[in-house]
Design a protein around this ligand. Structure first.
Ligand code: AP5
Length: 218
């Protein structure tokens, strides 16, 4: 049975390829009332649709850079305000990613809890090279961790699995640099507010065990 926790807004922070999406999905599957907003998933959808935002985002994402802050703040504010009913818990993944985004978010919705994941860079480079996606649903597979039932095919749609352009090694290294420069300082920002909870470990299963214990206990 799903566990319920107190109403709040949660952020999940961490390096690119560090398991934010994986841990978010496990939280949604095990706890009631969460709505997950992933800016990476939203942008990949826009790229697939070939929308105006998607065309702008494609090159920036492939090279491992960041989209402009004002565009991202608008995108997230409108995703939150267009939710059909206000969720019990909001789980923001991939946003904020810069100090200006964090400051802007404070004016949109108060953040109560920040889940900060810490994974060694060597593990990240290994994992991103083994990440495969279903092109229409963005469902994530990896041959070492969550393999598809049939090699190279999505379990749900049967489509050929594809790799993300930004999972090429040179792009991953650039994303790790962007993270250190732009996103890492957010850990101090939230730590000073007293709302940051850090989780480390080399596998999402170990990390998720710790996250669940904390979610159910606070
Ligand atoms: P985004 O999609 O947010 O990319 P990211 O931060 O680089 O995070 P990832 O999606 O790569 O990884 P993840 O941490 O979710 O890891 P996952 O669970 O998949 O953003 C993409 C781009 O969009 C950005 O680079 C930027 O250009 C733009 N963008 C987005 N938001 C923005 C913003 N706010 N401002 C400006 N620009 C923005 O795990 C990774 C892999 O590891 C998977 O293959 C998974 O199967 C595997 N794995 C997970 N757990 C385990 C385990 N325990 N053992 C083995 N393998 C595992």
């Amino acid at each position: 049975a799903k566990q319920s926790v107190r109403h709040a807004t949660y952020l999940i922070l961490g390096k690119p390829g560090g398991g934010k999406g994986t841990i978010s999905k496990k939280i949604l599957a095990s706890h009631e009332g969460f709505v997950h907003i992933s800016t990476g998933d939203i942008l990949r959808e826009e790229v697939n649709k070939g929308s105006e935002i998607g065309l702008k985002a494609k090159g920036i994402m492939e090279s491992g850079g960041l989209l402009p802050d004002d565009l991202m703040v608008d995108l997230v504010s409108s995703s939150i305000s267009s939710l059909p009913t206000p969720p019990k818990h909001l789980l923001l993944d991939g946003f904020p990613r810069t100090m200006p985004q964090a400051v802007a978010l404070d004016a949109v919705v108060p953040v109560e809890h920040v889940i900060s994941l810490d994974i060694p860079n060597s593990v990240i480079v290994e994992r991103t090279s083994d990440r495969w996606l279903s092109p229409s649903t963005n469902k994530v597979y990896s041959y070492s961790y969550q393999p598809p039932k049939v090699h190279g095919k999505c379990d749900d749609t049967g489509e050929d699995l594809v790799q993300r352009e930004d999972d090429k090694p040179e792009s991953v290294l650039r994303r790790l640099e962007t993270y250190d420069e732009m996103t890492k300082p957010l850990n101090d920002y939230y730590s000073e507010k007293g709302i940051l909870e850090g989780f480390d470990g080399e596998t999402s299963d170990v990390i998720f065990g710790k996250v669940t214990k904390w979610l159910d206990g606070h």
